[in-house]
Design a protein around this ligand. Structure first.
Ligand code: NI
Length: 179
């Protein structure tokens, strides 16, 4: 196992513009993906971005293919390694919903996101990826890719009255966050 420390909001490394990956399927990149997988699994995350473990590269991991205890009502998202992503909104529709972040532990906030997106990038082997997503899947992709641009979800919020501690807002979810 290679569980890494997850950086928390306030750490300037979370505010960087991450660097693009230039060499695919290298031992270093494979190890990074393993570290992301192990760290995300240990934290029951819905996704994790390389900058959250202090690595300045455009690599995100999201989805599990199974419901997540931190988001029990959300549909499953396919397990995906996405590198050098580009997100394009499809249409003008936005959606607001609650989000959390492993770098903002113990809190949730309502964040506006594009409802439907196209996302492109590469997998670990350097194969191009081109998908469309909506709803929770689209939200997770937008949240994780935001980490690559130095953006944390509170920076997207429009109403800080809908920002608070998980144990107060969603008492039933607090246990899933704290273990
Ligand atoms: Ni996050």
């Amino acid at each position: 196992m290679s569980i890494q420390t997850i950086l928390k909001m306030g750490d300037p490394r979370l505010l960087r513009q991450a660097q693009p990956v230039t060499a695919f399927d290298t031992p270093e990149l494979r190890q990074l993906v393993i570290d992301l997988q192990d760290t995300m699994a240990a934290a029951h995350g819905a996704g994790l971005a390389a900058p959250q473990i202090g690595v300045d590269l455009q690599v995100v991991l999201f989805g599990s293919g199974q419901p997540n205890p931190r988001y029990p009502d959300a549909p499953a998202v396919p397990r995906t390694v996405l590198i050098n992503p580009v997100i394009t909104p499809l249409g003008d529709d936005e959606e607001e919903d609650w989000e959390g972040c492993l770098s903002v532990p113990g809190m949730r906030g309502v964040v506006p996101r594009w409802r439907r997106i196209r996302y492109q990038g590469f997998d670990l082997q350097g194969q191009p990826m081109d998908r469309q997503a909506e709803g929770f899947h689209a939200r997770v992709v937008q949240h994780e890719c935001d980490h690559l641009w130095g953006t944390l979800y509170p920076m997207r919020m429009r109403d800080l009255r809908r920002f608070g501690f998980t144990e107060v807002l969603f008492p039933g979810l607090a246990a899933a966050e704290d273990d």
